[in-house]
Design a protein around this ligand. Structure first.
Ligand code: RM4
Ligand code: MN
Ligand code: MN
Length: 427
């Protein structure tokens, strides 16, 4: 479905007066507090968040999957869906592919289609956590860390092939999420599994173009339940440091045990210049992959507070991380969920931009915990929705993405075009 520019214009016209009033009220208030509103609005407008090709259909659990219909059946249709999101919010200008779930049969044509929709290709993701039908050797007992050299080689070759696909599409990064781990104490030698993984990653790294980055994701458990080879940020950081300057850690918000202080992890990784990628989602218990900001919006703000600090600090040695939503939609319309997630990310970003860094540092130097909390929560409790809407308006996006999406009856149209057939997202 292609979005006519006129729909956005009509939608924005209807909301124009109300928006203008609330934006000027907020802008006034912020200027009085000493903020440069123009600078903040343009920063918000510039933030682009990649959409993964596997998040466009309904996800499921190991118990079942319920499709809402109209899901994309091909990579082309997935690009159309991301194109539609991007046309609505002008903030989702990149797509991240999972190989082999989404192998482009004609890379040049896929690249051209993406360009037509103003999309670029974000990191490409390898997959050695499942056996594919035509695969010779099994990953049941691991891939890059496997005890059998031939299986490690198969996983290395797969990653090199993923880089090859990415090159054709103009991607600049490879994300490695390794499921490798064990279910029972004693099942594997921790040290040897780590060393084998490092050796395998070194071979992949050798095949990584010079202007590419490698993102190493970590996760404490699942699909295995006793140990994971790359279990935490420390392990990911060890690997990234041993590999070299092109290797970075990737933080996925769902990949932490409950109550982990993720903002502190972000601070440490950025301090070391090793935070390369970021996967957004939200969770209550584990890798729940829920809508960003739906469960712990304050935590998201605190994380953004560190991200902004890391990005704006002139002494920072960290590159701007690659942002991606990594969520799964069991009960919501996937496209609506993604619009909500992008919105939540921008809200947290805007709130973090409002934190008065000098005052916060002064409170910290004075060990004034009360004042430090006041400063953070003053920013967090500011209703920044008019700022986000203004940022969108300036780049030709909809003032209210979700209500425009609903008013156009997009899902109904997609069901008419594509039918109700359940399509596998890979997940
Ligand atoms: C993993 C991890 C990866 C994602 C897969 C589908 O838990 O988050 O980033 O590619 O799920
Ligand atoms: Mn992830
Ligand atoms: Mn995950």
């Amino acid at each position: 479905m292609i979005l006519e520019k006129q729909f956005i214009n009509d939608h924005n016209k209807k909301l124009a007066a109300k928006h203008a009033a609330s934006f000027s009220f907020l802008a006034n208030q912020l200027e009085q507090e000493g903020h440069d509103v123009e600078r903040i609005v343009s920063k918000i407008a510039a933030l682009q968040i990649a959409i993964p090709s596997w998040a466009l259909g309904n996800g499921g659990t190991r118990f079942g999957r319920f499709s809402g219909g109209g899901e994309p059946r091909t990579l082309e249709e997935k690009i159309l869906d991301v194109g539609l999101l991007h046309a609505i919010n002008r903030s989702s200008g990149a797509i991240s592919l999972h190989i082999p779930w989404d192998i482009p049969s004609d890379a040049a044509a896929i690249k051209a289609l993406a360009r037509e929709h103003d999309l670029i290709f974000d990191a490409v993701n390898s997959n050695t956590f499942q056996d594919q039908p035509d695969q010779q050797l099994s990953y049941k007992y691991g891939s890059l860390s496997h005890t059998d050299k031939a299986i490690r080689q198969q996983a290395i070759d797969h990653n090199l092939e993923v880089i090859h696909h990415g090159k054709q599409l103009g991607s600049k990064a490879l994300t490695v999420w390794l499921a490798d781990g064990t279910c029972f104490p004693g099942q594997q030698n921790f040290r040897k599994a780590f060393q084998r993984t490092l050796e395998s990653l070194k071979e992949i790294y050798t095949g990584l173009p010079d202007d590419w980055q490698m993102f190493i994701e970590y996760k404490p458990y699942e699909p295995y339940f006793y140990s994971t080879v790359i279990q935490d940020w420390g392990t990911s950081h060890l690997l990234a440091t041993k590999l070299g300057r092109k290797a970075y850690c990737l933080v996925d918000l769902g990949h932490h045990l409950p109550n982990t202080n993720i903002e502190q992890i972000v601070a440490m990784l950025m301090m070391e210049g090793k935070l390369g990628g970021f996967h957004f989602n939200d969770s209550k218990y584990g890798d729940d992959d829920l809508t960003v900001g739906s469960i712990k919006p304050y935590q998201l703000f605190l994380i953004f507070n560190e991200l902004v600090y890391g990005m704006e600090d002139p002494a920072s040695v960290n590159p701007i991380p690659a942002w991606m939503i990594d969520a799964s939609h069991n009960v919501k319309d996937p496209l609506e969920d993604l619009l909500q997630s992008v919105e939540a990310i921008k809200l947290a970003y805007a709130q973090a931009l409002l934190v008065n860094k000098e005052e916060l540092e002064a409170a910290r130097e004075n060990n004034d915990a009360t004042q430090a909390q006041e400063i953070l929560q003053h920013a967090y409790r500011t209703d920044v929705r008019p700022l986000i809407a203004e940022a969108r308006k300036r780049v030709g996006a909809a003032l209210q993405p979700l209500s425009l999406f609903r008013s156009l009856n997009v899902r109904k149209q997609l069901i008419q075009e594509r039918g109700h057939k359940t399509v596998s997202t890979g997940l």
